[in-house]
Design a protein around this ligand. Structure first.
Ligand code: NAP
Length: 250
């Protein structure tokens, strides 16, 4: 007897799903029965590994390259998916980069690159999927922000500004789309063990985390899966859910 899965028959697009948190989100949505589109930027080999993992448990997925910081590239990506499936039920805006440096010395290029992907990319993807979601009166949008978007971080003016922007964008989109039954939420991870955090000073960071460990990508993926699934999260919108081991409490 096969138990029905909460995302059976649904199409989910996860940006930046070749590695780290995005990969784990893709795996967890596929396990719930969604057909998952694995977006990546340059890591074709890693994206193929995610596909193999999903295949190994009988899930459905395929990979599409697109630079999420580029408006045309995003529009082409979404068009390709909509031409094939006519719908996207779940959009997870996960792709992100860091280009850290003290504000006084930060290059305009490093400011712009982070804003282009981490904030404008979320806008491009959300706008491109919104028309069909609004028409179908159905959709879940989940944006991966960061706790530094809530509290700031020295050396991350660009990243914190982009992630704070994502929270404002999430709230505005949630208000615009709510009357059509579409929910828009953000997930704010603390420090999660991925390529992005591998060079950080873990001793100093660990002392600031009440649960005493870095997060695992699975810790974030579990919350994203909850927000994507019906009916568990149907009455939650415009929220930012922290997954940070208790690091930031207000
Ligand atoms: P990661 O391991 O460095 O992976 C980044 C992913 O983004 C990769 O799949 C990469 O694709 C993709 N990517 C990079 N540039 C892209 C572009 N221009 N277009 C499309 N995809 C692009 O990062 P992560 O730690 O998993 O982070 C995932 C998200 O969580 C980010 O938004 C990040 O800001 C956020 N976050 C992470 C942490 C943390 O502690 N790790 C904490 C808070 C928030 P390629 O493999 O092709 O390069």
């Amino acid at each position: 007897m096969s138990l029905s899965k909460s995302l059976e028959g649904q199409i989910a697009l996860v940006t930046g799903a070749s590695r780290g948190i995005g990969k784990e989100i893709a795996l967890s949505l596929a396990k719930e029965g969604a057909e998952v589109i694995i977006n990546y930027s340059s890591s074709l080999e890693s994206a193929n590994k995610v596909l193999s993992e999903i295949n190994s448990f009988g899930g459905k997925s395929y990979a599409l390259q697109a630079d999420i910081s580029n408006e045309n590239s995003v529009n082409e990506l979404i068009k390709e998916v909509l031409d094939k499936h006519t719908k996207i039920d779940v959009l997870v805006n996960n792709a992100g980069i860091t280009k850290d440096g003290l504000l006084m010395r930060m290059k305009t290029e490093d400011w712009q690159k982070v804003l282009d992907l981490n904030l404008s990319g979320v806008f491009y993807c959300t706008r491109a999927v919104s028309r069909q979601m609004l028409k179908r009166k159905k959709g879940r949008i989940i944006n991966i922000t960061s706790v530094v978007g809530l509290m700031g971080n020295p050396g991350q003016a660009n990243y914190s500004a982009a992630k704070a922007g994502v929270i404002g964008l999430t709230q505005s989109a949630a208000k615009e789309f709510a009357s059509r039954g579409i929910t828009v939420n953000a997930v704010a991870p603390g420090f999660i063990s991925t390529d992005m955090t591998k060079d950080l000073n873990s001793e100093k960071i660990l002392s600031a985390i009440p649960l005493g460990r870095f997060g695992d990508p699975k810790d974030v993926a579990g919350v994203v899966k909850f927000l994507a699934a019906d009916p568990s999260a149907a009455y939650i919108t415009g929220q930012t859910i922290q997954v940070d081991g208790g690091m930031v409490m207000s």
